[in-house]
Design a protein around this ligand. Structure first.
Ligand code: XMP
Length: 517
């Protein structure tokens, strides 16, 4: 769906958790970005250039040290391609070392905000002030670069915090311009893509929507297609795109596993029926509760739910006789399940756990495969989806089952469902909703002593989680006023007899994740 009409930047992935953020920041500026494996060959870049107008390359950060024996390395011939190159963090260290600079392991890992002194505000650093607040996260440090490279900035701990090649458009930044904590990071990225690489901003969502609809039409032709609709933003948008292309040749299947939020199945049903989309709702609650009996391990729970989901879906697909499968896979899902070798797996995300295996589809069509989450939101708006879908908070595929710690039972799901309803209602009433990425309740697997109506009560503990985030890769716990937390706690303990205690989660991601399991 991309074509040479867009200028593009290639981001080589060295396993950094911020790699997608780099891609996102570029696209926010109207320039297409594609993530590629760190060891992509120059010939492959040339081949990609037939499809994409590649104007520059960014080497991302990553967890490795340039001294590790197995450290990921780029193909050094990419330096002969005559494309501008920007190295960030690990990429910065790699380029410095490649040109003969001195990189050493620092005594202490530097992690967090730092003030950098910019000596020469040129190229990537054009227009910036003498002192800039940036975000650092590194162990290795560049201490010296040869004459070929020129130092542009330094900090107390980093004598070479930024450099530029004297004659070629090659730059390195030790810090992360892509994260919001680097105050003028966006300007640094804009400098690279527009000033250094000379890109034009031509990546427009309206054109993208038209292309996606045409692509689905062409791929499916006169055949029948099916899609698993969860009511989340990705599958909802993929359904809307596919319905626009295929009309009643599309069937959307909503599998109710029993772990949905309060009134969710009804909401999805009425929304999509109103849009005139063929929808089959399957109540599969008994099957899921049965499969999860006695299962405690979070990864096992996720796996069982993912597999059972596929079984249910396959049964419906077989009945309908659809030859094509539409999926709401988005860009980060596709990349994560592709070439990632150097980053750790944190948890198995349900929607990318696997494809139906028993059914042979003629083809799997993934219209959103090149889009990031907020681009998907833009598409939703362009297609006129209701704002409850466009702006709904993300909800994990395994649903409330991963918000009940330990074994999932009907009673526990009922408790967490009621607590979640209260959290949502109170946050929404308070006007805090738009500031928050997610806000929800989690049911602990421990019990605690309390006192209800003058009597000892021994019951469940509910944790409230509310976070601010831009793309879920990092998140901060939200500083919700105590008065609102107090109201939530009072309501939960008053209205849900089994709960005696409510706690608030004050951990950022990292080190915690957003969901508890
Ligand atoms: P974590 O808990 O890893 O979550 O910080 C990051 C974001 O992903 C959501 N999440 C999921 N989304 N399928 C999904 O579609 C899943 O299995 C899943 N697990 C977590 C989570 O709610 C947060 O927004």
């Amino acid at each position: 769906m991309t074509g040479a009409e867009y200028d593009a930047i290639l981001v080589l992935d060295f396993g950094g958790q911020y790699c997608h953020l780099i891609g996102r920041r570029i696209r926010e500026n109207g320039v297409y970005s594609e993530i590629a494996s760190h060891d992509i060959k120059p010939e492959e870049i040339k081949a990609l250039s037939e499809k994409l107008n590649i104007k520059g390359v960014i080497l991302s950060g990553g967890p490795a040290s340039v001294f590790d024996e197995n450290a990921p390395k780029p193909d050094i011939h990419i330096f002969d391609l005559d494309l501008p190159i920007l190295g960030l963090c690990y990429g910065h260290q790699y380029i410095a070392k490649f040109f003969g600079g001195e990189v050493k392991q620092a005594k202490r890992r530097e992690y967090g905000p730092a003030y950098v002194t910019i000596e020469k505000p040129v190229g990537v650093l054009e227009g910036l002030s003498k002192k800039e607040k940036v975000w650092m996260s590194h162990g290795d440090t560049v201490f010296y670069v040869p004459r070929e490279l020129e130092v542009l900035a330094y900090t107390r701990n980093c004598p070479v915090a930024a450099f530029k090649h004297r004659t070629r458009p090659i730059y390195g930044l030790q810090w992360h311009p892509e994260v919001a904590h680097t105050v003028n990071g966006m300007q640094m990225i804009r400098n690279f893509i527009f000033k250094v690489c000379g890109c034009s901003a031509k990546w427009r969502m309206e054109d993208v929507v038209e292309k996606m609809v045409n692509e689905v039409k062409n791929e499916v032709g006169h055949g029948k297609a099916i899609i698993a609709l969860s009511g989340g933003i990705d599958s909802s948008v993929a359904t809307a795109v596919a319905a626009k292309a295929l009309g009643d040749k599309l069937t959307a299947v909503f599998v109710d596993h029993g772990f949905m939020r309060d009134k969710e199945p009804e909401f999805v049903k009425s929304t999509f029926e109103k849009l005139g989309i063929n929808l089959v709702v399957v109540n599969a609650q008994n099957r899921f509760f049965e499969k999860l009996k006695g299962v405690i391990d979070p990864e096992a729970k996720r796996k069982i739910i993912g597999e059972e989901f596929i079984r249910v879906f396959e049964e419906v697909a077989e009945k309908i006789g659809a030859e094509y499968l539409i999926q709401g896979t988005i860009y980060p899902d596709r990349i994560e399940s592709g070439f990632k070798k150097f980053s750790d797996k944190i948890k198995t995300h349900h929607n990318v756990a696997g494809l139906p295996t028993r059914i042979r589809f003629k083809k799997i069509v993934e219209p959103l495969r090149d889009l990031y989450k907020d681009e998907v939101r833009k598409v939703a708006q362009i297609l006129g989806l209701p704002k409850e879908i466009v702006f709904r908070q993300p909800f994990p595929g395994p649903g409330l089952a991963v918000r009940v710690i330990g074994e999932v039972t009907r009673e526990k799901i009922e408790i967490v469902k009621r607590a979640d309803r209260i959290v949502r209602d109170e946050i929404e009433k308070s006007g805090l909703k738009d500031r928050l990425w997610q806000y929800f309740a989690v049911l602990m697997d421990t019990k605690s002593t309390g006192v209800k109506g003058d009597a000892r009560a021994y019951g469940y503990v509910v944790a409230i989680r509310a976070v601010e985030s831009r793309e879920a890769m990092t998140a901060s716990f939200a500083r919700i006023p105590f008065s609102i937390l107090e109201r939530i706690a009072t309501k939960i303990t008053n209205e849900i007899p089994q709960v005696v205690r409510v706690v608030y989660d004050v951990t950022h991601k990292p080190p915690a994740t957003i969901e508890w399991e």
